[in-house]
Each structure stands twice: as C-alpha cells, then as structure tokens.
Design a protein around this ligand. Structure first.
Ligand code: NAD
Ligand code: IPM
Ligand code: MN
Length: 368
C-alpha cells in the first residue's frame, strides 16, 4: 500500500503531537510492508513568520498532491492582534476550503481506564461512544458579508447554509449511523434561526431515505446540557460548523481530556486529519502534551484514506493497552491512583511498543 502523507505540524504542541503520530504510522508501514511517505509543510504562525502568510502556496500544492494531510494545530498568541484573515487560524480555514472536505468526523469515546479522569461520574460516561459529524465548510465561518467597522463600532458575521450543503453532510451522518447504533441527533437552533429551520427541514427530508435510522432533533443549548447528563443516549450527532466546534470540545470532558480526541474530514479532494485540540500555548514545549488524540487521528488516516481497518484497530488497541497499564500524560492523570505520569515522547514510545507487540502477535498467528 502506497500513501503520500503531507504533515503540517503547525504551532505550539502541533509539532510535538504530530511527531508521535507519524512515528506510529512509520511503524505500521514497516511492520506491514507499506510504502508511506511523509512530507512536511508550513502552516499557521510558523508560516507567517517564515513567509508572511498562514498558508503558503507550496503548502497548498503539497496538500493537494498528497493522499492525506495530517495537521497538528495552528495558533500563536503573538498574532492575537491581527484581523481574522491574517491570523494563523485562517491558514487552517483556507486549507479546509481548498481540500473541500465538508464532513468533519469527531469520535468521542469513553475509555474504561480513564473513567475517573473525567469530572463526570463513571456511571455517566460508561460505554459512551459518540460520533460528531460537524459540517466544516459553511455557517458563520465562511458566510458573507463579514466585517468589523471600527469607526462605527459595528461588526457582522453571517450564518449561511444552502440546502445542498445540508443534504450532503446529512447523508454522511445517516450512512455512518446505519453502520452504528442507527440513531442521528441533529442539533440546531430552529426556535430562533432561519438557517436552523432550513437545516431541520432538510435533515428531516434526508432521513426518509434511511428508514432504519432514528432521527431526533435537539436545540443546541439543551444539547450542551444533555451531553454532560446522559452522553450514552447519543450515537451520531449531526450539526453545523460552529455548534459542532463547541460541542465536540465539550465532549472532551467525557473522555477526560481534549487531548484524547481525533478527527477526520472527508468528502473533498484530499482528506484532512487533525486532532480536535489546538496549539495549547499554555503547555507547549513542556513535554506535557497528550499525543493520543494525534495518534488516534493517525488511525483514522489508515481507516479512511488507506482502507487499512485492521491496522487502524491495532493502533486503537495499543492506545487502550497503554492506558490500561496506567500510563498517563498530566491532562488525564487521576488523583489518588497509581497511574504513572509520562511525557509526550514517552507516551508515543509506549503506544509504539504496544503496537509492535500486537502486530507481531498477529503475524505469528498467521504463520501458524
Ligand atoms: P486548546 O485546545 O489549544 O487548549 C485548551 C486547553 O486544553 C488548554 O488548557 C490546553 O493545555 C489543553 N490541551 C489541549 N490539547 C491538549 C493536549 N493534546 N494535551 C494536553 N492538554 C491539552 O484551545 P485554546 O487554548 O482555546 O486555543 C489555543 C490556540 O489554538 C488558539 O490560537 C486557537 O485558535 C488554536 N486552535 C487551533 C486548533 C487547530 O489547529 N485545529 C483547534 C483549536 C484551537
Ligand atoms: C477546531 C478549531 C478551529 C475551528 C479554529 C482553529 C479555526 O477550533 O478545529 O476545532 O474553529 O474549526
Ligand atoms: Mn475547536
């Protein structure tokens, strides 16, 4: 299997976590005899510093010529005073638009070993397995007009969706739900916003093509509460861009840390893979970053861009094993437990070892 992966590490903890994720992919390639190549490109604050733009043309070309893009994180406080279109984050929004992926899959799993890492009671988080399908190319992020008039003290952003944009992302959610627990919860603000009324009517229409999938609608404000109260009730959660951004970070509480969450963006010319978290400037350079979100993102590359489901599962199993053995980065440390605190590279190496062991075992089983 050949796979050309563009690695855009970005800012803050981005390079720290993507390094561990690429090491895991290298191990999968070596053990499975695959030909994976990794080419680095600049994006975000590091690209502004080097080339005065958050998305240099060379990076965009590299991404478009690749089979998959692995992105760490963008964002650096030193650019906070810049307008949105000049900031590191605009590099990410531009590459999302250029690659064209509109369905951002953000799984949120409760790991048994982390039951007491979450501030929620273990009986609330037990067996939680949610898949957020976040629309990624519409809504407030891209709607026109948008401006800030500093003289008049007025600013505007536009939440806009077309029916076809809702249909295509809804189909992804229903297809995925039909292979899972067959439930879609569509989240909107249809009691106030016309855009949400369009969203709700369109999702209801799409649902007719999937009679075996149950559809429920939730308003986003109460959804934020239900997600913490009864997260087990949810299977696939379908929502627009900004609501999905907020709710997926909230779901980090179920897992114990934002640093555990992976994502894959599908539906465009090239799939884009990023952990859900940001550049975490508060811990960058300290070795405290949790690389598991990025490593689980690597598993999603194998699943969605390489059709290597067994290897994707092997990575996920290796992560489970390391957590079951009690190893923790500080964000998922449990008070009063016997867990062992490790650094970012140590966590990466532990997953690597567990992966090599499980793949070796698989191969020796085949040989028998
Ligand atoms: P953040 O996700 O960077 O961090 C939020 C909190 O979670 C921080 O306390 C951080 O230390 C912690 N955290 C995040 N990831 C972690 C990990 N892997 N291990 C351990 N702890 C982790 O969000 P923020 O602080 O609001 O934003 C910082 C910057 O990141 C901003 O510039 C923002 O725009 C950017 N951002 C980028 C992306 C992206 O590139 N995909 C996503 C979100 C935020
Ligand atoms: C995310 C981030 C991005 C978003 C920012 C950095 C543009 O928060 O990937 O969740 O809002 O989509
Ligand atoms: Mn976010």
């Amino acid at each position: 299997m050949r796979l050309k992966i563009a690695v855009l590490a970005g800012d803050g903890i981005g390079p720290e976590v993507t390094h561990e994720a690429t090491q895991i992919l290298r191990a999968v390639a070596e053990l499975g005899g695959h030909d994976f190549t990794f080419t680095s490109g600049l994006i975000g604050g590091v690209a502004i510093t080097a080339h005065d733009t958050p998305l240099p043309q060379a990076t965009l070309n590299l991404a478009l010529e690749s089979d998959a893009v692995l992105l760490g994180a963008v964002g650096d406080n030193k650019f906070n005073a810049l307008p949105p279109d000049k900031r590191p984050e605009s590099g990410l929004l531009q590459i999302r638009q250029a690659l064209g992926g509109f369905a951002n899959l953000r799984p949120s799993l409760a790991f048994k070993a982390l039951a007491t890492s979450s501030p929620l009671r273990p009986e609330v988080t037990a067996d939680v397995d949610i898949l957020f399908v976040r629309e990624l190319l519409g809504g407030l992020y891209f709607g026109q007009p948008r401006w800030w008039n500093k003289d008049t003290g007025e600013a505007i952003n536009t939440m806009r969706y077309t029916k076809s944009e809702v249909v295509r992302v809804a189909r992804v959610a229903f297809e995925l739900a039909s292979k899972r627990r067959k439930k879609v919860t569509s989240v909107d603000k249809a009691n106030v916003l016309e855009v949400s009324q369009l969203w709700r009517a369109t999702v209801t229409e799409v649902a007719k093509d999937y009679p075996d999938v149950t559809l429920e609608h939730q308003l986003v404000d109460s959804m934020a509460m239900h997600l913490m109260n009864i997260p087990r009730n949810f299977d696939v959660v379908l929502t627009e861009n900004l609501f999905g951004d907020i709710l997926s970070d909230e779901s980090g509480v179920i897992t114990g840390s934002l640093g555990m969450l992976p994502s894959a963006t599908i539906g465009g010319a090239v799939n884009l893979y990023e952990p859900v978290h940001g550049s975490a400037p508060d811990i960058a350079g300290t070795g405290k970053a949790n690389p598991l979100g990025a490593i689980l993102t690597a598993a999603m590359i194998l699943r969605h861009s390489a059709n290597l489901e067994t290897d994707a599962k092997a990575i996920e199993t290796a992560v489970h094993k390391v957590l079951d053995a009690g190893y923790r980065t500080p964000d998922i440390a449990q008070t009063g437990s016997t867990s062992q605190i490790v650094t970012t590279p140590q966590m990466g190496k532990l997953v690597h070892q567990a992966l090599v062991e499980s793949i070796d075992r698989r191969q020796s089983m085949h040989a028998v």
